[in-house]
Design a protein around this ligand. Structure first.
Ligand SMILES: Nc1nc2c(c(=O)[nH]1)N(C=O)[C@@H](CNc1ccc(C(=O)N[C@@H](CCC(=O)O)C(=O)O)cc1)CN2
Ligand SMILES: Nc1ncnc2c1ncn2[C@@H]1O[C@H](COP(=O)(O)OP(=O)(O)OP(=O)(O)O)[C@@H](O)[C@H]1O
Length: 199
């Protein structure tokens, strides 16, 4: 694990630092990230009914779409629609249209209830061992997970191990994730372990 990335750095400074780092090590990390996900998804999804929330990759985000065929029929993608983020059913080959952020997303609902979701995999620029996640800065996942029913859905950040930081700044609205997937392993926080075991 890297030392704290610049104590006192702002989230904006850290985003620049980790975006550069993620871009530099993405290609080397992706095969291992996919292998980690393949190794752990069966167990993570066995205990909880519902769908796997993937994402349509942008820029230097790890591309998890090779996982999709194995879970077809049990997938969802996020869409920014109206005031917030929703998840909608999706299967490989289904039509997509730019959402309110310009990201390919299922154009129509139904917008899924959190009880219909088994696991969220979410790209991150950085994560700390506490599960604190640094995202692109829209606050979409913090607003979604401010609803306790969404916070109850296990959620893992996805990123190269080089983007795991010993510490990150925490804002009052930050809700830690349940762990992360990198090319080395699937790491669950203590809260994440409890959540996965009890679901
Ligand atoms: N693939 C993906 N889908 C997502 C998110 C995300 O972070 N990644 N979001 C998470 O909240 C929500 C939408 N928010 C957005 C997140 C990022 C950017 C964006 O333009 N990001 C970068 C490009 C990525 C890169 O080069 O690393 C940019 O600022 O240029 C836009 C909207 C929901 N869907
Ligand atoms: N629960 C919330 N209620 C209202 N506003 C929120 C909430 N959570 C986050 N925000 C807003 O979102 C903005 C961005 O938050 P932050 O910098 O933590 O983004 P992020 O989590 O890295 O981004 P993302 O989840 O989109 O990848 C904040 O400035 C804040 O105003």
């Amino acid at each position: 694990m890297r030392p704290p990335a610049g104590d006192g750095s702002t989230k904006e400074e850290l985003r620049r630092l980790f975006r550069r780092r993620r871009r530099q090590c993405l290609a080397g990390a992706v095969p291992g990230i996919l292998a980690t996900a393949e190794r752990h998804l069966g167990a993570l999804l066995a205990r909880r009914r519902g769908r796997l929330g993937l994402y349509w990759p942008l820029g230097s985000e790890p591309d998890l779409r090779p996982l999709a065929p194995a879970w077809a029929g049990r997938l969802a993608l996020p869409a920014v629609a109206g005031p917030g983020l929703v998840y909608r059913p999706w299967a490989p080959g289904d039509p997509l249209a730019a959402d309110a952020c310009g990201i390919p997303a299922p154009p129509r609902g139904p917008d899924l209830d959190p009880a219909a979701m088994a696991l969220l995999l979410v790209p991150a620029l950085a994560v700390a061992p506490s599960g604190l996640r640094l995202g692109s800065g829209g606050g979409w996942y913090d607003r979604l997970r401010a609803d306790p029913r969404w916070a109850a859905v296990p959620a893992l950040a996805v990123l190269p191990a080089a983007c795991v930081s010993a510490a990150l700044p925490r804002d009052p609205w930050d809700i830690p994730f349940d762990g992360w997937i990198d090319e080395r392993d699937c790491h669950l926080t203590p809260a994440g372990l409890r959540k996965v075991a009890s679901s």
